[in-house]
Design a binder for this molecule. Structure first.
Ligand code: CA2
Length: 154
């Protein structure tokens, strides 16, 4: 598998379980924008900011871990781990193991929802955290991860 032309100018946008359904149901929680539209918006913003955005989504924990490993030398990762944020130690360890900054994003305000969503095993090891801003949060997260990457280069 060939990687991106310039890994140091490439950001991985990674979405976890069920986020492929974005925009198809539950609009009061997640809005009406589809994942494809989110990926296009973030890709366009990446272009404006001078980075390539590679997008991936998986419902499988192991596949998400593999994607994180593959992007370990990239500029950064924006991840919505979905429900795995609440209990996946494997995902937490993968994030913790890599050099690239990782910014976590949740579309909904998880702290205004069920108690089990208030627990996050991934947030202690990320470089930034965005929640409750709707899908606009993905754009905020991209800006934040590039800021973190620049800080690490300085
Ligand atoms: O708010 C978020 O972004 C979440 O990561 C979304 C996850 C949820 O388990 C987290 O607690 C918070 C669920 C993603 C489900 O996505 C759907 C989107 C549209 C329709 C159905 C599911």
């Amino acid at each position: 598998m060939t990687g991106p032309a310039d890994p140091s100018r490439t950001v991985l946008l990674l979405n976890g379980p069920n986020l492929n359904l974005l925009g198809t149901r539950d609009p009061e929680q997640y809005g009406t924008t589809t994942l494809e539209q989110v990926e296009r918006r973030v890709g366009d913003l990446g272009g404006e900011l001078g980075v390539e955005v590679v997008c991936a989504q998986s419902n499988s924990e192991g596949a998400l871990v593999d994607r994180i490993h593959r992007a370990r030398h990239w500029a950064g990762i924006v991840i919505n781990p979905g429900a795995y944020a609440h209990y996946s130690i494997a995902l937490r360890d993968a994030i913790d193991a890599i050099e690239a900054p990782v910014v976590e994003i949740h579309i909904s305000n998880v702290y205004a929802r069920e108690e089990f969503r208030h627990t996050s095993v991934t947030s202690p090891v990320v470089a930034g955290y965005v929640a409750g801003c709707g899908v606009f949060g993905y754009e905020l997260a991209l800006r934040a991860v590039l800021q973190r990457a620049a800080e690490r280069r300085a």
